[in-house]
Design a protein around this ligand. Structure first.
Ligand SMILES: [Zn+2]
Length: 289
């Protein structure tokens, strides 16, 4: 047990009842000890292990305080509800509750079904991580969820709440550092620890999503460049047999939040006739490569 864990073993004792014989001082002794411990780690050097794949979550370091994993080109798909602030917990608690479940639970389960390496909730959105070898799968998963939002979520929730709600969708890709922070175990609770993915893709995917409106998916150029197969670039040709380019280039160079200049946005959902085959063909492209 580390000092950090022992201090929090019983927070009430630690903070308020623990003997603190000092007559003066700015902070309670227990708090000073936490800061001192962390200062000690801050002054130590960090050990970073390069890893090609996103590890299983139990393999993400938590115990050794200076150990991190570094994973290149991690793909992050971020989705959250557009217009969620219009849903009122005070007035329409039950429909709001239903809407949250419909959106969030479906997102988690769809990304899981596509084999995401990691899935978590961030705010009231969901992010899922895919390895760099899974770019078509990441796209297929997000378009599948986007299609669900358009076909089911928006019309159903609109009917119940008379509010215009939808989805925000974003994808980015870059190197991340990961480890777990917090208390490894505390009274069987898991809310005192979580994985921290330091690096651009999670934040950038969320910021790209925040720009997306009208059921469009926004992706960074560095993710977009993975999509070389025409099935990811051109439409199926419905309804008139003419295949059209699906993506629109978006200039984000004036937006200082991004470390890239161009994004690409996609409006289309899976086609009624060809969606299913497009989806499985895209996933196959990852396994063939
Ligand atoms: Zn079609």
């Amino acid at each position: 047990m580390s000092l950090f864990d022992s201090v929090f073993d019983n927070p009430k004792n630690a903070l308020f009842l623990r003997e603190d014989s000092r007559t003066e001082g700015k902070l309670p002794l227990a708090i000073e000890q936490i800061i001192e411990t962390e200062l000690g780690y801050f002054n130590q050097s960090v050990s970073i292990t390069n890893q090609n794949q996103i590890p299983d979550t139990p393999q993400i370091p938590i115990q050794n305080p200076t150990t991190w994993l570094k994973i290149p080109d991690v793909i992050c798909c971020f989705v959250d509800m557009e217009g969620s602030t219009k849903l009122s917990v005070g007035l329409h608690d039950k429909t709001t509750a239903k809407a949250y479940r419909f959106f969030t639970e479906t997102a988690i389960r769809i990304f899981h079904q596509f084999g995401a390496a990691y899935i978590d909730i961030k705010g009231d959105g969901v992010f899922s991580l895919f390895n760099k070898s899974q770019s078509y799968t990441a796209l297929a998963a997000t378009v599948s969820f986007k299609t669900f939002v358009y076909e089911h979520f928006t019309p159903k929730v609109q009917k119940l709440t008379e509010q215009n709600v939808g989805g925000h969708f974003g994808i980015d890709q870059k190197t991340v550092l990961v480890r777990r922070f917090g208390l490894k175990s505390y009274q069987n609770r898991t809310d005192r620890q979580n994985e921290v993915w330091a690096g651009k893709p999670i934040n950038m995917a969320a910021k790209l999503a925040s720009l997306s409106t009208n059921n469009r998916l926004w992706v960074s150029d560095r993710f977009f460049y993975n999509l070389k197969d025409e099935q990811a670039i051109y439409s199926c040709g419905c309804p008139n047999g003419v295949k059209v380019e699906l993506w629109k280039k978006e200039d984000v160079s004036k937006d200082s939040r991004f470390d890239f200049d161009n994004a690409y946005s996609l409006g289309s959902n899976w086609c009624e006739r060809h969606g299913k085959s497009f989806c499985s063909n895209l996933v196959k492209l990852d396994t063939e490569n």
